[in-house]
Design a protein around this ligand. Sequence first.
Ligand SMILES: *Cc1c(COP(=O)(O)O)cnc(C)c1O
Length: 439
Amino acid sequence: MQVLQNNMKYFSTSNNASKVDFKEATVNGQAPDKGLYFPEYIPQLPKEIIDNIDQYSNEDIALEVIRPYVGDTIPEEVLKKIVSETINFSIPLVAVTENISSLELYHGPTLAFKDIGARFMSRCLSYFVREENKKVTVLVATSGDTGGAVANGFYDVPNVDVIILYPSGKVSSVQEKQLTTLGKNIHALEIKGTFDDCQQMVKEAFMDDELTGKIFLTSANSINVARWLPQQFYYFFAYRQWADKKNPPVISVPSGNFGNICAGILAHASGLPVKHFIAACNANDVVPEFLRSNNYIPKKAVATISNAMDVGNPSNFVRIMEIFSGKTDELKNNLSGATVSDEETKTTIKMVFEEEGYLLDPHGAVGYFALNEYLRNHPNEKGLVVETAHPVKFYDVVEPVIGTKVSIPEIVEVQLKLRKKSVLMESDYESLKAFLLGR
Ligand SMILES: *Cc1c(COP(=O)(O)O)cnc(C)c1O
C-alpha cells in the first residue's frame, strides 16, 4: 500500500514565492514571482509496477503516476474519472523500421499531443472552481495547436470562459477551424500580428492589476503543472508497448517550449527505464546550442514548417535543469540536442513515406531525423520518436512533399465545414483590455 506522506508542495523556480499545493499551482498557473512551479520531491513509481507493466491498464498506470502530485486536493474517485477521460483514445506505438517506432499521440479530438495535457488541466480546473463557485477566465495565446486543444478541453465547462488569441493568417486551416468554430464559452480573437504579439498582449493582461482586480484570470499554457505533469503518462504507455524491456528505448522528442520532453525526463527520474533522450529542434535551437557550447542564449523565434516549435526562449528548460539539480554533466549524459533544417524535415517526410509507407507530420519528421542520426552512431540501440501531431493538420506542408493528397479523418472533415467565428483585433493591449472589460 502506498502511504501519502502529505500533500505534495510546489516551489517556484525563482525561489521567491511561498510553496503551494496542486490546487493553488493549477489555479495560479505561474508563481507570483514569475517562476515556474516545481514539485518539492520526485515520487518514485513502485518497482513492482515497472517490472510488470504489461499487467497494468493505462488507467492504472496513469493514476499511479499522477496521484502523488495531486495529493488530497482531488478525491480519488474524481481523479480516477479525470484520468480516464483524459486518455480515452488510443496511444499506439507503431513500428516504422526495425529500429524506429512512432508513438502516435495524435488520436485525440484535436489531433495533437496537447489534447492530453489540456484535457487533464481543464477537468482539474473545472473541479477546483466548481468547489469555490467562482468564475474564471482562461486567457491563452496560441501559435496553432494549443488553442484547439484548450478550446476543446474547456468546451462547455461551467464557470470557465476561454479567450484565445491567435495570429491572423499564421495558423493552418485545420488549426483555425478548431479554435474558432466551437462557440459557447470559447471565444477566439484573431490578432493582426504575430504569435509573439499575442503572447505579449496576454502577458500585459496578467500584469494589469486593474484588470485582474475585476476579472479572475488564469492561463492554460504549458507552464501550468496540470498541463505539464500528465504528459508523463504516455512515456509509461510507450514502455508498456516496448518489446525489448532489457534494452530500453532512446526517445526523440520534437521540442519547442520543452514541456513534453521535460515530462518524459521527469518520468525517467521517477523510475521509467529510458536509454537516452534527444531534444529535436528546428532552427529554433537554443537548447541544442546550450548542450554544444554551455551558453544559454535566448533568441527571437524564426518561422519554420514545424511551426509549433518556433520558440526562442523555451519556458520549461528551467524545469529540466531543476530535475538534474543544475548539474550540466548529468544533464548531458541523459540528453542530446539536434538542430534539423526545413530541408532535412521535408526530405525525411518524403523518404519515410516512400521507403516505409509511413507518413510523418513536420514535427514528427524533425524528431525522426534526429533519432535516425543518433542511432547511426549508436548501432546497438533502438528508439522511438514522439509523433506529436497528425500529418493532416499540416497538409499544406506535407502534400506538396509527398505529391499526393492526405486522407482527411472524418472529425476534421466536419470541422472544415463549420463556420469560423472570431473577433478581428489590432495587436495592441488596450484593445484586448477593452474587450475583456466590455463583456
Ligand atoms: C506544441 C507542439 C510541440 C512542442 O511541444 P513542447 O512541449 O512545447 O516542446 C511539438 N509538436 C507539436 C505538433 C506541437 O503542437
